[in-house]
Ligand binder design. Structure first.
Ligand SMILES: [Zn+2]
Length: 377
């Protein structure tokens, strides 16, 4: 088995899990947030900077690397870790989500998905077998089974057919996976916002004994209370001895609520994407540093943050750089946002260890809502 999940303890106050995922490239302390490095780079950050902020794992996108530079080139380079000079764990997604959200003229059959590249219109095909071949070439520590992520909202009958196909595809992924000794394959539970379909998907996939399970098809435009309801009835269906990954979720409130519901791993482009237009996450809520009111503000982005950006640079300076389209401004906001979420997860892990995660959440939310006009994401 490529990975091992170690449950250290369960928070007596909240039920959240403190654990470790042991991988061939090191340990991931959980609950964990995974920065997203779509094109084999976390946009504007070097691997050294990611280590400075103590990211344990990053995520990279199969679809994007398949299109460019191609998985054969990355295989020649000795795998994705060597290619991008990152020696800690990597998780790769299956390509499914991007095939459905980015590509054009896609056609889904039982065999797989035919689509046109969003870069140059090339006709391409990804099946469960192709998704495994790509991820085996990339050499990620954790790979994802090829799934279909239906849009939200979607009709019951469509979601049911789609999750049943996702189950059959997961079975084909297991068979096609050629490196089970050093790469762990996670399955993705689908089923939309329908409780019985989530149950069906979870039961079918857990019967196949994957090393870990993800919950997909959330954070696709549904209200957050619906997402939390789906987690309330889906997480208990997953095996306690395996890691649980909630895909595409990265707002501070959802990281807290997800951890409380027993999720171990999260990823999202949110912190890096909003950083590039001058929006930051702080202990007092959302702060849009490009706003005029920060022009003469020589304080740090977040007075409670100890990151490289907040230790050395002011809101006024960062605002100036972003207004002047200087790359360094975006690097500073990106560094801070990623550090903020990694620090939040360190605080969450400590609160679980001390059985006080609900108290921590309430204190965090109270402070986080201080700037009424800017709070939330
Ligand atoms: Zn900071």
């Amino acid at each position: 088995m490529a990975i091992k999940y170690e449950l250290i303890k369960t928070c007596k106050q909240s039920g959240a899990r403190l654990g470790r995922v042991h991988t061939p490239h090191g340990v991931i302390e959980t609950p964990a947030f995974m920065p997203v490095g779509t094109q084999a780079t976390v946009k504007t950050m070097s691997p050294e900077e990611l280590k400075m902020m103590d990211a344990h794992i990053i995520l990279s996108n199969t679809y994007h690397l398949f299109l460019r530079p191609g998985h054969e080139l990355i295989r020649q380079a000795g795998g994705l870790h060597k290619f991008m000079n990152w020696d800690r764990p990597i998780l790769t997604d299956s390509g499914g989500f991007q095939v459905f959200s980015l590509s054009e003229m896609r056609k889904i059959t039982e065999e797989g998905v035919q689509f046109r590249s969003h870069l140059n219109g090339d006709k391409l095909f990804i099946s469960p077998e192709v998704a495994m071949e790509i991820q085996n070439a990339l050499g990620s520590d954790i790979m994802m089974a090829f799934d279909e992520c239906p849009p939200h909202p979607a009709e019951y009958d469509y979601v049911k057919q789609s999750l049943e196909r996702t189950t059959r595809w997961a079975e084909r992924c297991l068979k096609a996976h050629s490196r089970p000794d050093d790469q762990a394959l996670f399955a993705i539970v689908q089923g939309g916002m329908y409780e019985d379909l989530r149950r069906q998907s979870a039961m079918e996939l857990t019967s196949m004994d994957f090393p870990g399970y993800a919950i997909g098809g959330l954070s696709v435009g549904e209200p957050k209370d619906i997402m939390y309801q789906v987690l309330d009835y889906t997480v208990p269906l997953l095996p306690a001895a395996k890691p649980r990954y909630l895909m595409g979720v990265g707002s501070p409130d959802a990281l807290l609520e997800g951890s409380i519901r027993g999720i171990d791993m999260f990823d999202c482009v949110l912190p890096t994407r909003i950083a590039r237009n001058g929006t930051t996450m702080t202990s007092q809520g959302r702060l849009v540093v490009r706003n005029a009111k920060y022009a003469n503000d020589f304080g740090p982005l977040d007075p409670e943050c100890s990151c490289y950006t907040c230790t050395n640079y002011s809101r006024a300076y960062i605002r100036h750089l972003i207004k002047a389209d200087e790359t360094f401004g975006i690097r500073l906001t990106t560094y801070h946002n990623l550090h903020f979420l990694l620090q939040l997860m360190r605080d969450v892990r400590r609160a679980i260890a001390e059985d006080r995660l609900l108290d921590f959440r309430d204190a965090f939310f109270t402070k986080y809502g201080l700037f009424d006009n800017e709070k939330g994401f």
